[in-house]
Every structure is written in C-alpha cells, then in structure tokens.
Design a protein around this ligand. Structure first.
Ligand code: GLY
Length: 410
C-alpha cells in the first residue's frame, strides 16, 4: 500500500476550455515531487555546513535545520531545541508517501540524535521533538526500540504535571516573570501522552492529558474563542496569576499560530477522548479563525490577527499549515460542516503550494517561505521555518488519505 501511495495520488485532469487544454496536476503528488527534490538539496546543504562546523558548534551537536537567518545562512539546531523533531518527521513523511528506503535511511539517521531528549525533564516540548520523529518512525516501522524511547519520553513529560493547577508546566525560563507558565502550544504535546496511554493502558497518561486540555479550555480562551498564548498559574492555589501573549502582537491580541495549535489540539483531544466539549471547542476555534475580519482570501493568516499594520504585515505559513492538518481531521467529526472544513483545508494547501513555495534548489532546501517565529520579539520574521514544512507535508498526507480512504488519520 505504502509503495503505491504516490502513484495512486497522481491524477491528471484535462479540462477543455474553448480551444485551450489545461492540465491540472494533483497538488499532493506535485508537492511531494517538489519536496523530494528539495529535501535532497536540504540534505546536501546540511552536509556542507556540518563539514565546516566550528568547535563550539560541534560541541553543541547541532544537526538539524530550523530556519534561515537574517544573514541568509541556514540555522541548524541541536536535539534540545524544540524544533529538532520536525526535519526527521519530514523525512518519515517522505518515506510514507514514496515507500522508498532512501527516505527511511535518512529518517533513521536524523531521528537517532533525538534519543537523548527522552530524559530531558526541563521542557514541555517532548511531543514536538520525540513524537514527530520517533513517533512517526514507530508508526511506520514498528521498531520496538523506538517504542521504548517514546514511552520513556512520555514518562518524563508527566513529571512536569502540576496537580494543583491541572496542567503540565510549559517553560522554565523567565522565572522572575512567570511562576508556572502554560502555553497554548502545549496542547500539541498531549498526543504523546494519549499514545502512551493506548500503548500501556496506564490511565495516568490519559488523565494528565485530559486534565491539561480541560484546564486550558477554562483559562486560555476569551469569549470569542480566541486564546491567550501564556497563562501563568500559582502552583500552591492553582489560581491564574496572569494571561499573556508572548509571541503575538499584544497580550489581548490573537497570535495566529497559537490559534492553530488550539484548533489542532482540541481536534486531536476529541479523537482520543470522544468528549463532546473538545469537539465543540475545536469548532468554535475554527469559527474564530475563518470568520476573522483579517483573514486574507488565500486563508494564510497574518502572523497575528490583530497585528497593527495589516495588510502590510508578514503572513505566517506555519499557522496555515497547522490549521489545514486540523481541518482535514475535523471534517471527519463535525459532520454538518465537513464540506466547509475540507474546502478550507484544500484552499490552504493550494495557496501554500502555489504562492508560498520556496525556490527549487534554493532557500537551503526549505519547502515554504513566509513564516514568523516570534513577531513580538522580531525573531524569525517572514522566513522559512521547519515546522511550516513539516505540517505542510502532514496536511498533504491527510488530504490524500481522506480522499482515497475516507479517513484523515495517518
Ligand atoms: N513555541 C512554539 C511556537 O513558536 O509556536
């Protein structure tokens, strides 16, 4: 099945229009063809940097791409960076689509250095790092050593759970500013815990993930279902201390990627728990995003829905890619609105592949241009960023699966 996935997806439609005949190539197959060329180029770019690393960089064990820096150079990061799992994850998605062992070998090579994160209890980003890399690897190969690594990672993540708050602590930095900061992004790391519950039957994982989602639903969202980025808690009383938006424009603004993390997170939580309140939350977040007066026609949002200089603000392709992944899955659960969710996801995928694509054998091998890391601190402004590419490939796979097998679940 895997071997033929790519072949099945190639559908060439010929539409007759007067005397001209227009060929429309399937966006999934065409995008994976592009990704195949581009990621081979990325691997050669990485190799040339690794051949010329400084002693300090070698000591830091940097190995995997994150973004393009303001001086035009490719930034590689070490396993402890929250973005380390995305490039290996992309290589696994390439293997999933093509069935070609070349991609499996590369995926294994780039996944292996992340193992050391399994005992790193200093971060909530375990899901991003380990589930995108080892998680996809285990799903596609069934390698039991991968399973053990993922389980240990999940156990480590649970050590950050604060009983009194009902959430996993997100960041350890800025201790002078926050006591127990919980960020909306953390919803994404719950998938690792639900996976561990299904593998082991240990309900601790399920309860921590579900409590975190319920607490976040209560405290992160405004009346219009937009969300704050950071909610800080008192660990003794469990009370909310303050609500901030650290990477967005202002505390009361709606940071675009944060809204997308929420949409993906609650859709996934509904899949894992079947709790109707999680489906309701995903639908409401989707309504906020797609009925927003500042959402552009191509459905690729500005980096913050309230950025002051819209329409002269950078877009965030990564927020669009994350939302597309969520919408394909949401279309399976929200039956009354299935068509509109699918249409919106398709529109995003088409926009990204038509107007946000990087240059073939350029841009250090990234797939998409125009993402924003942290607009508030003017960091990673309007550049290719690795997670946009990862979620773009995921969205393509989900689209294909939904159209060919009736399920967006990979
Ligand atoms: N911290 C994850 C993000 O920038 O979305």
């Amino acid at each position: 099945m895997k071997l033929f996935a790519g072949i099945f997806s190639v559908s060439i439609l010929f539409a007759s229009c007067g005397t001209t005949e227009k060929a429309t190539t399937d966006v999934v197959a065409e995008s994976f063809d592009f990704a195949s060329e581009q990621l081979k180029y990325a691997l050669s770019e990485i190799d040339s940097i690794r051949d010329n690393l400084t002693t300090e960089q070698r000591e830091k064990m940097i190995f995997t791409p994150r973004n393009i820096q303001p001086d035009g150079t490719l930034r590689l990061v070490a396993s402890r960076d929250w973005c380390s799992g995305f490039f290996p994850g992309e290589l696994w998605y390439m293997y999933e689509f093509t069935g070609d062992d070349y991609w499996k070998e590369k995926a294994c090579e780039y996944t292996a250095p992340i193992e050391r994160e399994k005992t790193n209890g200093g971060t909530h980003d375990m899901g991003f790092k380990v589930y995108c890399s080892f998680g996809n690897g285990y799903r596609l190969t069934g390698d039991s050593t991968y399973r053990d690594i993922i389980l240990e990672s999940a156990k480590t993540l649970t050590t950050r759970y604060k009983d009194k708050v009902g959430c996993i602590r997100s960041w350890d930095h800025n201790r002078d500013k926050w006591e127990c900061p919980v960020i909306i992004d953390n919803m994404m790391n719950l998938e690792l815990l639900y996976w561990a519950f299904k593998e082991t039957g240990d309900s601790t994982y399920y309860n921590i993930a579900t409590n975190h989602a319920l607490t976040t639903m209560k405290n992160h969202f405004r009346d219009d279902y937009s969300s704050y980025h950071v909610v800080d808690y008192d660990t003794v009383t469990g009370n909310v201390i303050n609500k901030h938006t650290h990477q967005g424009y202002a505390h009361e603004s709606a940071w675009s990627r944060g809204q997308a993390w929420g949409l993906y997170g609650y859709t996934m939580c509904f899949r894992e728990t079947k709790k109707p309140e999680f489906l309701q939350q995903a639908k409401k977040i989707s309504d906020f995003i797609f009925n927003n007066k500042n959402m552009p026609e191509d459905l690729v949002p500005y980096w913050d829905y309230d950025a002051p200089a819209i329409p002269d603000e950078p877009r965030d392709a990564s927020a669009a890619a994350v939302a597309a992944c969520a919408l394909y899955e949401l279309s399976m659960y929200d039956h009354d609105n299935a068509a509109i969710h699918k249409e919106r996801a398709d529109k995003i995928v088409e926009s990204l592949s038509e107007a946000y694509r990087a240059n073939l054998k350029g841009d250090h091998g990234f797939l998409l241009l125009h993402s924003v890391g942290s607009g508030n601190s003017k960091s990673e402004m309007d550049v290719p960023i690795i997670y946009a590419d990862y979620y773009f490939l995921e969205a393509l796979l989900k689209k294909q699966k939904l159209e060919h097998s009736g399920t967006a679940l990979l």
